[in-house]
Design a protein. Structure first.
Length: 379
């Protein structure tokens, strides 16, 4: 039994941390303030191999494990949650559905650029009619000869409108049930709406999408007709571990910044960290961060070792995201007025954290999954 990541994981962590500190950290304030999606930096993350970590070498990846991806997301998320979600969604929602459910032709066509981080993919599941209730989608696909015509509206789709977005995978109702289709960026009939103005994640790209008889070739059906519901549930299980890693990065950043500040900042002739109220809050936060770490990497380990990991992923996502939100609240309090000023990293993390409890399954949905897993007849 061991509670440590391998020395390879830790060496890799050092590489990503160095990249994050040099190439992302210094610019995060400006990207956040001006809502800039930094294409060149995302491409540089691709050159570092971050988008290909979990994919086999035959598709241009490095054949690593899911724990490595979590390390990368944690370290990027520690300096910038927007770039963390760009990576997490690019791998988990962009490339992964095509890798998991695509046929050879589809993989050959789209996977290499997604794996290399030269292109980004998006996954359009949520609609104005519902996100948690994903069975309530209204988007429909009608077969027209060898093609499909898709009509409907998707909401809040990450990475859907960047200059390097190549594909958007969407779910749609077909006679067999929910099916999944790959739509190439720029396809006639697909309108990428203007970017949302969001509370946080300002440097992450999020749009609504309107599909108006958007015609895609029959070859763009991903997986089996009617297999879309089962497929996206399993994609979300993976994604929950990744979001847990992103939340861990956020909570760690808050803890580290707060510890430094509590030692430096003086009030009443002593460091503010000499007050038990602050010291104990940070001691409790250190426990919560450690728990987040253990839950995140245990879920990743279970996935990497072929274990059933849905329950562990839901636990990790629930606990880590609620810890992250609490960590930003504590950090902002420790920083006092300075924590409330825009451009302070603490304020940015405070705004960025809330979505962690909502995206890829809200906290309530995680509790529902967990309660059902415990055998409770909860509705
Ligand atoms: C910035 C951002 C990026 C996103 N990226 C993507 C993306 O790339 N792809 C994508 O498909 N979606 C994406 N989403 C959508 C996100 O996954 C949904 O917002 C989320 O799943 C919640 O769905 P909803 O907004 O429709 O809320 P609702 O489902 O309407 O939920 C509203 C509230 O009701 C609660 N609730 C609902 N049902 C139950 C229940 N049975 N029991 C208890 N409480 C319940 C929810 O927990 C929540 O608190 C993104 C959202 C945002 C804001």
């Amino acid at each position: 039994m061991t509670y440590e990541l391998s020395s390879e994981h830790e060496a890799f962590r050092a590489v990503v941390r160095d990249f994050a500190d040099k190439e992302i950290g210094p610019h995060a304030v400006h990207w956040d303030r001006d809502s800039v999606f930094p294409v060149e930096t995302v491409l540089a993350m691709g050159e570092l191999g971050l988008f290909g970590l979990v994919f086999p070498e035959e598709w241009g990846g490095s054949g690593g494990d899911f724990a490595s991806l979590c390390v990368a997301i944690e370290e990027i998320g520690r300096v910038d949650q927007s770039m963390g979600i760009t990576l997490s969604a690019g791998v988990g929602l962009g490339a992964n559905p095509i890798f998991r459910f695509g046929n050879d032709d589809q993989k050959q066509r789209w996977l290499p650029d997604l794996v290399a981080g030269k292109a980004l993919g998006a996954f359009g599941l949520t609609e104005p009619s519902g996100g948690s209730d994903a069975g309530a989608i209204e988007t429909r696909a009608r077969q027209q000869g060898d093609a499909w015509e898709i009509s409907g509206t998707k909401a809040f789709i990450t990475n859907s409108g960047t200059p390097i977005t190549s594909v958007i995978t969407v779910t749609a109702l077909t006679p067999d049930g929910t099916s999944t289709f790959i739509i190439e960026a720029g396809s006639p009939g697909m309108l990428i709406e203007p970017a949302y103005r969001k509370l946080g994640w300002h440097a992450s790209d999020t749009h609504g999408i309107t599909l108006d008889d958007c015609r895609v070739p029959g070859a763009n059906l991903l997986g089996q007709p009617g297999g879309g519901f089962r497929n996206f549930l399993s994609i979300l299980d993976d994604g929950r571990i990744a979001i847990s890693a992103l939340a861990l990065g956020c909570a760690r950043a808050c803890l580290e910044m707060s510890l430094d500040y509590a030692k430096e900042r003086h009030a009443f002739g002593r460091p503010i960290g000499a007050n038990q109220s602050i010291a104990f809050a940070l001691a409790d936060l250190a426990v919560a961060v450690e728990n987040s770490r253990n839950l995140t990497y245990k879920a990743a380990w279970m996935k990497d070792h072929g274990r059933s990991f849905g329950h562990a992923a839901a636990m990790a996502k629930l606990y880590s995201t609620e810890t992250a939100v609490n960590a930003t609240r504590i950090a902002t309090q420790v920083f006092g007025g300075a924590g409330f000023i825009e451009d302070s990293p603490v304020a940015r993390f405070y705004r960025d954290a809330k979505i962690l409890e909502i995206g890829e399954g809200t906290s309530e949905i995680q509790r529902l999954v967990l309660a059902r897993g415990l055998g409770l007849p909860v509705q």
